[in-house]
Design a binder for this molecule. Structure first.
Ligand code: NDP
Ligand SMILES: N[C@@H](CC=O)C(=O)O
Ligand code: NA
Length: 466
């Protein structure tokens, strides 16, 4: 049921700027002050957003004050899960961002272009923007937020990280007085869904990925999910907010989940771990240079007793360690139409509330806007100190475990456990878990082992341990 019969709207202006408030005539003839939303995209998230806006009953009263003025799509013929009056749909996205009858633009197109240019154009036309586009924000956030500051408008991004889970606002507001030490989490729903089903059902990677696409979790190009790039975009955004630093995407060490198979999932389970794709941003321990951060994305063995080990399916969780608060975990659905739309509309409602109370021309609200940030130094992955798991195949003969131990020891790598778990076709499969070691040393040890100088050794799998 639509909040307003858009075709009969008597669109007016109550004397203030058109982007401040417009007066509509509701179904019962009542005079309703409302803001007009221009939707860019009516796919998974756009349709979910429209569904909430068209059905405001029992939600926050401010949802009633938002009307869909236009919706931009690629194809006018496509069947959609929601029905909007045909005259609202257009393929001319430029016309939406420059339309004086649009107050707020919601960008849910995805991709870098034309999303970036349309966001900037909307800002230049004095419109607030809500976006779920972490790829664009992680790359062009500086440019976009600078333009928004100059134009005196907001760009709100709650949907960009953690789907429906409130992540951006808690970090910007409720947790912001803490000195943050570490933000780590599961921030990609598609890969968590895949890993969960591989672990619980022994499901096939390609088959589960196809399900994630069908359910609307995956990006248009799912390599962004599978190769960890989507998680890298999200941790860049979270780190920028948590540490008030600008994080260069290219400096983030990023590994995806393609190499994870049933063998490693099985060993991890036997050793008491779950394998999760973690995104981690952390202040360098003991580093006197305040700017130094570790920011990385990789599959990780998470001890079964850690709260992140039990986050399954499309759910995401962001675990934050701060002083003085201690540990906080934000948990919930990280992708999908409804959850992501919940975050988009929450941003819209915050904007309505601000626009109703904040006189035009006053400074932007500090909790909804973004300040200019300094670049931070990202510590090279070789400097990381962590535990490792490695699966090693070698000729099964006496002394081979001693050789492995000696070679690791030579590179200052101390082993927590070394077990020969299987023997196949004359080859021993040996799994080692290290104590905390410097990654560079561990890699040097692996290189020496794999060089074949003394033993025929293959190392099919190396994973970090939380
Ligand atoms: N899906 C999810 O669970 C989540 C997605 N996001 C983000 O939300 C954004 C949207 O994702 P999602 O809804 O899944 O994407 P979809 O591919 O489902 O939808 C994209 C929409 O944008 C339209 N569109 C795309 N490019 C153009 C163009 N050049 N001109 C006109 N219309 C265009 C498409 O039109 P048409 O329908 O005609 O093809 C479609 O309606 C992305 O940035 C994504 O990263 C964030 C959190 C979760
Ligand atoms: N493709 C993303 C969608 C949400 O950001 C994911 O799987 O998490
Ligand atoms: Na969110």
């Amino acid at each position: 049921m639509a909040a307003f019969d858009v075709a009969k709207l008597e669109v007016g202006n109550d004397g203030q700027s058109p982007r401040r408030r417009s007066v509509f005539i509701g179904h019962a003839g009542e005079r309703v002050v409302a803001l007009r939303v221009g939707l860019l995209g009516l796919g998974t998230v756009g349709s979910g957003t429209a569904a909430i806006l068209l059905d405001p009953s029992q939600r926050h009263p401010l949802v009633r004050e938002l009307v869909i003025a236009r919706a931009g799509v690629r194809s006018l013929e496509k069947q959609r899960s929601i029905s909007l009056p045909a005259e609202l749909l257009t393929t001319d996205l430029d016309a939406i961002v420059s339309d004086p009858n649009v107050d707020i633009v919601v960008e849910v197109l995805g991709g870098l272009e034309p999303a970036r240019s349309l966001i900037l154009k909307a800002i230049a036309h004095g419109k607030h923007v809500v976006t779920a586009n972490k790829a664009a924000i992680a790359r062009y956030g500086d440019e976009i937020f600078a333009a928004a500051r100059a134009a005196g408008v907001y760009v709100a991004i709650e949907a960009a990280v953690g789907g429906g889970i409130p992540t951006i606002q808690p970090l910007k507001h409720a947790l912001s007085v803490n000195r943050i030490r570490r933000v780590l989490g599961i921030v990609n729903g598609t890969t968590n869904y895949i890993l969960t089903r591989m672990a619980t059902e022994g499901a096939d990677f390609a088959e589960v990925l196809a399900d994630a696409q069908r359910l609307g979790y995956a990006e248009a190009d799912p390599t962004a999910d599978v190769d960890g790039l989507d998680a890298a975009d999200k941790i860049a955004i979270l780190a920028a907010i948590a540490f008030s630093d600008r994080v260069k995407l290219d400096d983030i060490h990023c590994e995806g989940i393609r190499q994870i198979g049933a063998t490693d999932i099985g060993y991890a389970e036997r050793l008491g771990f779950a394998i999760k794709l973690l995104a981690i941003a952390q202040r360098e321990a003991g580093n006197t240079n305040d700017d130094a951060l570790q920011v990385r994305v990789h599959p990780t063995l998470v001890p079964r007793e850690h709260p992140l080990a039990s986050i399954n399916g499309v759910n995401n969780a962001i675990f934050i360690e701060g002083d003085p608060i201690g540990e906080v975990m934000l948990f919930g659905p990280g992708a999908g139409a409804g959850p992501t739309a919940s975050a988009v509309v929450a941003d819209l409602v915050s904007l309505v509330a601000l626009m109703k109370t904040q006189p035009q021309g006053t400074d932007l609200h500090g909790l909804m806007s973004y300040m200019r940030q300094a670049d931070c130094r990202i510590v090279p992955i070789t400097e990381l100190v962590t535990r490792f798991y490695a699966r090693i195949d070698c000729i099964d003969r006496p002394g081979v475990i001693g050789y492995l131990g000696t070679t690791f020891g030579k590179h200052d790598v101390s082993l927590e456990s070394i077990v020969q778990t299987d023997r196949r076709e004359g080859l021993a499969e040996i799994v080692v878990v290290t104590h905390d070691v410097r990654e560079g040393n561990f890699r040097d040890a692996l290189a020496e082992l794999a060089s074949g100088a003394i033993e025929q050794i293959a190392i099919p799998s190396v994973l970090r341990v939380l």
